[in-house]
Design a binder for this molecule. Structure first.
Ligand SMILES: C[S@@+](CC[C@H](N)C(=O)[O-])C[C@H]1O[C@@H](n2cnc3c(N)ncnc32)[C@H](O)[C@@H]1O
Length: 463
């Protein structure tokens, strides 16, 4: 336990957004954040009037570039920050936002920019790093940027766990006991997907968040050395890790999930659409199509997946497959839907184990032949459950309280979900343990494979 606890604390102490770090110097957008953690990135004072005028500028900018679709959706302040509100009754499938390619921040925009010129078209960079650098260099240009009205309405941060303080992150701690010695490698979630993995990997939200930040830090170190420090004209103020993390967080939370790799793009206006758990349709709510003369101009077209009344907010479904931990990491919210709960259990067979081959064989065949294995799984579940500082009942009581801070609500939602999944796994192993007598033993199965035992379990003698 002590070792595992340290495993989480060590990287956390090095978290780059620690309040001990000097404040970022890049002037980031001044849209007021509804998020409560102001330590990391103190924002410039911005009055409501400034926001209203920023929104007006943004709307004018959209209209002047032919974005929108007859003003059916209006960017507006909503409980989730900003969002799209229906200007009239909209039937399901109606196009609500059309955004021409010239407004997208994507690989082509990078190639056409000074960033692209400075690094050979930007093609050598990872797509997200290239767009992140474009975003930061355009922020650095201030009012001279062609995207200035869009940049001005971007949030300073979201409730994604990458923006949480160390104290906030520790609210979700607890799950590390699963990394103790155990005989087989198993990865499981509430949908009872049974997968076999052959390496040890901590997969819970806390360690994932730390891992993501370490990854972003290493990317930052490279671009800092190779691009930022050698192109002072593009980045006149210094770019800090916090700035780079902000750009990463914006991409992570705003890019439509299907726009991956070279297609990665920030689509102003369309990226204001918020998520609702009530939208359960699998199909995509958007498409890219040709418009104008000979369909030459590419247009990002967003549709409403359901009927929306005038004045109501337009929502889409971000991703039905994401767990609550992934939603918390990418967007900074969770759902109460239990199918979003997950706890990935990653255990390993030690290669020095004298029965390594046999255990691996058992694992690969999904064989469940040893009482010890069930005991270990059940012990691991209990041990992991004991590591949480609160019980499910306490979490439920806490989550029912009024005016819960959004990040605390996320932490409670994720850790309660993990515990429910652990209890579920424990229940399954308990049940299988009780059924053990009826299961085919490994030795018996191997003899059967060799044709030495009949289906009724009798040894076949061929002499
Ligand atoms: C694509 S942006 C949507 C526009 C965003 N609301 C804004 O103010 O710019 C995604 C972000 O919106 C917020 N968001 C979207 N759907 C939400 C929901 N159902 N609950 C809470 N926040 C949500 C989260 O901050 C998320 O990271």
């Amino acid at each position: 336990m002590a070792t595992l606890y340290q495993h989480h604390l060590l990287p956390l102490q090095r978290l780059p957004n620690s309040p001990r770090r000097p404040p970022p110097r890049l002037r980031l957008p001044t849209k007021p954040s509804r998020h409560h953690n102001r330590q990391l990135r103190p924002r410039a004072a911005a009055s409501t009037t400034a926001t209203v005028s920023a929104m007006e500028d943004f709307r004018r900018w959209l209209a002047s570039h032919g974005a929108g679709d007859g003003g059916k959706a209006i960017p507006a302040a909503v409980p989730e920050g900003l969002g799209l509100v229906a200007a009239r009754d909209l039937p399901r499938g109606e196009v609500v936002a059309e955004v021409p390619k010239k407004l997208w921040m994507d690989a082509d925009a990078v190639a056409a920019s000074d960033i692209g010129r400075a690094c050979g078209g930007g093609g050598g960079l990872r797509p997200w790093v290239a767009v992140a650098l474009l975003l930061l260099s355009e922020v650095a240009r201030g009012a001279d940027s062609p995207w200035a009205p869009y940049l001005a309405i971007l949030p300073r941060q979201t409730d994604s766990t990458i923006f949480w303080s160390e104290e906030e992150l520790l609210e979700i701690q607890g799950q590390c006991a699963m990394q103790k010695f155990l005989p087989v490698v198993v990865c499981w979630d509430l949908s009872v997907t049974f997968m076999l993995l052959l390496s040890l990997a901590g997969t819970q939200l806390l360690s994932t968040t730390v891992g993501v930040k370490e990854y972003v830090q290493s990317e930052f170190d490279s671009v800092q050395a190779e691009i930022i420090s050698t192109n002072k004209d593009l980045f006149p103020g210094s770019i800090t890790f916090d700035d780079f993390l902000w750009a990463f967080g914006m991409l992570r939370s705003r890019v439509f999930p299907e726009l991956r790799g070279d297609k990665l793009a920030l689509i102003p206006f369309a990226d204001l659409v918020n998520h609702s758990p009530n939208i359960t349709s699998e199909g995509s709510s958007w498409e890219i199509k040709g418009k104008g003369l000979f369909g030459r101009e590419l247009m990002f077209s967003l549709r409403t997946p359901v009927n929306v009344k005038s004045g109501q907010q337009i929502y889409i479904q971000y991703d039905l497959d994401k767990s609550n931990a992934e939603l918390a990491l990418d967007y900074g919210f969770v759902e109460s839907n239990p199918s979003r709960d997950s706890f990935t259990v990653t255990l390993e067979i030690s290669e020095s184990d004298p029965f390594y081959g046999d255990k691996l064989d058992i694992a690969e065949a999904n064989g469940l032949g040893e009482t010890a294995y069930f005991d270990a799984m059940r012990d691991a579940c209990k041990s992991a459950l004991a590591d949480y500082h609160t019980t499910i009942e306490e979490d439920e009581e806490l989550s029912g309280r009024e005016n819960l801070q959004p990040r605390l609500a996320i932490a409670i939602g994720v850790r309660a979900g993990e515990k429910k999944v652990l209890q579920h796994i424990d229940g399954i192993f308990k049940q299988r343990e009780e059924e053990l007598d009826g299961l085919e033993y490994y030795q018996e199965r191997r003899l059967k494979d060799l044709g030495l035992v009949s289906d009724n379990g009798e040894i076949i003698f061929w002499e």
